[in-house]
Design a binder for this molecule. Structure first.
Ligand SMILES: NC(=O)c1ccc[n+]([C@@H]2O[C@H](COP(=O)([O-])OP(=O)(O)OC[C@H]3O[C@@H](n4cnc5c(N)ncnc54)[C@H](O)[C@@H]3O)[C@@H](O)[C@H]2O)c1
Length: 250
């Protein structure tokens, strides 16, 4: 299927590694030019170079998505360079391990600031542009934890991920008449730095609960996102798509 993203411009947050990197590279292979955001500029620059080697344009931008000024500057810089923003993938997040009782107020604030408010900041910065263009595709990366509660993380993570999904649905309603689609992807058990720190026993138990019998690869999420940001998915909005090997079927 040709997704036809030629010359579309996408911002991918947290695109320096893991799932965000896979999304940036797959969208670039489909023809898009990419603003590669990460708080870690070195990895963002490496991904931008890979994209340029594919023959696309790429801009690595270091910004902390929890900081509104950083995000606004990123979008302004992207607009100066490319003149439009067609795609926003809210992927950057942090995770916290531990129980509710171990969770401090600082942990809670940090998870909500980066995961949920960071997503709000990025949406806020691009929505006016997409409305004016009468074209836009937004995908928020949530998690199975945002649907059924935390499995391998502290409750600030699942709560922020449920917020991200709900924010996506609310914006989907508000922006539909402007030809802006907003969808959510809810992954589970994907091989990245975030999941590699699981103890071996936990990993075995998690895989045992996955009907497809394996951990997911970052590309499994990226392929789903590429479909959702393409016009092949133009009648889909407000959807929360599970990409989890069948471990939650709802
Ligand atoms: N890996 C999994 O099993 C899994 C499961 C469910 C959901 N997810 C979600 O998928 C997304 C990507 O996860 P991953 O496993 O690739 O994570 P990761 O930790 O490997 O990568 C996250 C990236 O985000 C960047 N980042 C962190 N804070 C940032 C900030 N404030 N501003 C900008 N960039 C920042 C990091 O530097 C890093 O490059 C996340 O939203 C995560 O919650 C992952």
């Amino acid at each position: 299927m040709d997704l036809n993203l030629k010359d579309k411009v996408g911002i991918i947050t947290g695109a320096g590694r893991g799932i965000g990197k896979a999304i940036a590279l797959i969208l670039a292979r489909e023809g898009a030019n990419i603003i590669v955001n990460d708080i870690d500029i070195e990895v963002a620059q490496q991904v931008a170079e890979e994209i340029i080697n594919l023959g696309r344009k790429a801009l690595a931008i270091q910004s902390d998505i929890s900081k509104v000024d950083d995000v606004n500057l990123m979008v302004e810089t992207g607009m100066k360079e490319f003149g439009r923003i067609d795609i926003l993938v809210n992927n950057a997040s942090i995770i916290k391990r531990g129980t509710f009782e171990q969770l401090s107020e600082e942990d809670w604030d940090r998870a909500i600031d980066i995961n949920l408010k960071g997503t709000f900041n990025c949406m806020k910065a691009v929505v006016g542009i997409m409305k004016k263009q009468r074209y836009g595709k937004i995908v928020n990366i949530s998690s199975i934890a945002g649907k059924i509660g935390d499995l391998a993380s502290a409750p600030c993570y699942g709560a922020s991920k449920a917020g991200i999904a709900c924010l996506g649905k609310s914006l989907a309603r508000e922006l539909a008449s402007f030809n802006v689609n907003v969808n959510v992807v809810a992954p589970h058990a994907i091989e990245t730095d975030m999941s590699r720190e699981w103890p071996e026993e936990k990993r075995k138990n998690i895989i045992a609960d996955i009907p497809l019998g394996r951990m997911g690869e970052p590309e499994d999420i990226a392929e789903a996102v590429a479909f959702l940001v393409s016009d092949k998915a133009k009648f889909i909005t407000g959807e929360v798509l599970d990409v989890n090997g069948g471990c939650l079927m709802d």
